[in-house]
Write a protein that binds this ligand. Structure first.
Ligand code: C2E
Ligand code: CA
Ligand code: CA
Ligand code: CA
Length: 279
């Protein structure tokens, strides 16, 4: 048993070393990523469950490194947050996504909403409202078509701070949605004070709504509560027609997921949306 313990310890140490090597590798690579144009933004369609139309696009970061290959945002966003690089990357995504949405508006898709994820570090940065306004002004883009996604966990980590920041963005006409909703233990009293426009039901609840009675109940409860608070709802991770049917029946407003489309490069998003409206 002692030997086993020692081996377990050794492999733990090796794992820690491998982890920190990878961490440093990714961190160093990330410092170059913007300048070397390795970062790209993909767009995932958001569909109205009432009309079936594409009404929005969520901007999602993609990173292809020449040696390390594709690195998932689930891996590099936390490293970017810890190192502070997220401020620079987050600003870049916001600018690229708003500029792209402006092009789509000019093409005639002038009701399209562009949703951009905010990291905890960006959200706690006092300069955020001015930065957002500066980008909207540079791109001549109407604030009400920009939606900033903030996770429920980040909002609930410091509810008073979140209320103040959301007020500030709301006053400037920008919409906020609460991402990964259902995982962050919001209390109703905070939810009422958050100036959110939309709740984004976490995909972990959506996944099993066709088979799991508890998940069904949770999703119904979130939709009902949102309705009573005057909030819109969008379900993420919708992969099947059954999930869509349930969500529509419950009165969920919008859906997003592989059932409709993966996140797409801008040109493919355009083809998707033009095809969808022609059909
Ligand atoms: P998220 O904001 O919750 O985004 C949803 C994730 O689910 C995305 O993963 C998306 O590609 C994936 N997804 C969409 N539809 C489906 C589906 O039907 N089934 C399944 N299984 N997955 C689906 P992705 O693109 O890998 O992003 C992961 C996370 O990384 C995001 O979670 C978000 O927290 C973060 N992220 C991505 N881009 C950005 C960004 O520009 N800024 C910040 N701060 N975070 C970002
Ligand atoms: Ca999101
Ligand atoms: Ca989410
Ligand atoms: Ca998530």
């Amino acid at each position: 048993a002692k030997q086993e313990g020692r081996n377990a310890y050794r492999s733990f140490t090796q794992e820690m070393q491998a982890y920190s090597t990878r961490y440093l590798q990714v961190l160093n690579a990330l410092r170059q990523a913007i300048a070397q144009e390795q970062l790209h933004v993909h767009y995932q369609p958001q569909i109205s469950l009432i009309s079936g139309d594409v009404i929005g696009a969520e901007a999602l970061l993609r990173w292809h490194h020449p040696e390390l290959g594709n690195i998932s945002p689930a891996e590099f966003i936390p490293i970017a947050e810890e190192s502070g690089l997220i401020l620079q990357i987050g600003e870049w995504v916001l600018r690229v996504a708003v500029a792209q949405a402006k092009k789509w508006h000019q093409l005639g898709l002038d009701k399209l909403i562009i949703a951009v994820n905010l990291s905890a570090v960006q959200f706690r940065h006092a300069g955020l409202p001015n930065l957002v306004m500066q980008i909207l002004k540079e791109e001549d883009f109407p604030p009400q078509y920009l939606e900033l996604e903030l996770t429920e966990g980040v909002a609930m980590h410091d509810p008073q701070g979140a209320i103040a920041m959301m007020n500030s963005l709301h006053e400037r006409g920008v919409r906020m949605s609460i991402d990964d909703f259902g995982t962050g233990y919001s209390s109703l009293s905070y939810l009422k004070q958050f100036k959110a426009y939309k709740l984004k039901i976490d995909q972990s609840f959506v996944r099993d709504i066709s088979t799991d009675a508890e998940d069904k109940a949770i999703v119904s409860a979130i939709i009902g509560m949102a309705k009573n608070l005057g909030l819109q709802t969008i379900a993420e991770g919708v992969e099947t027609a059954e999930q869509q049917a349930f969500l529509r029946e419950e009165g969920c407003h919008e859906a997003q997921g592989y059932h409709y489309s993966k996140p797409l490069p801008a040109a493919d998003f355009e083809t998707f949306i033009l095809g969808a409206s022609a059909a």
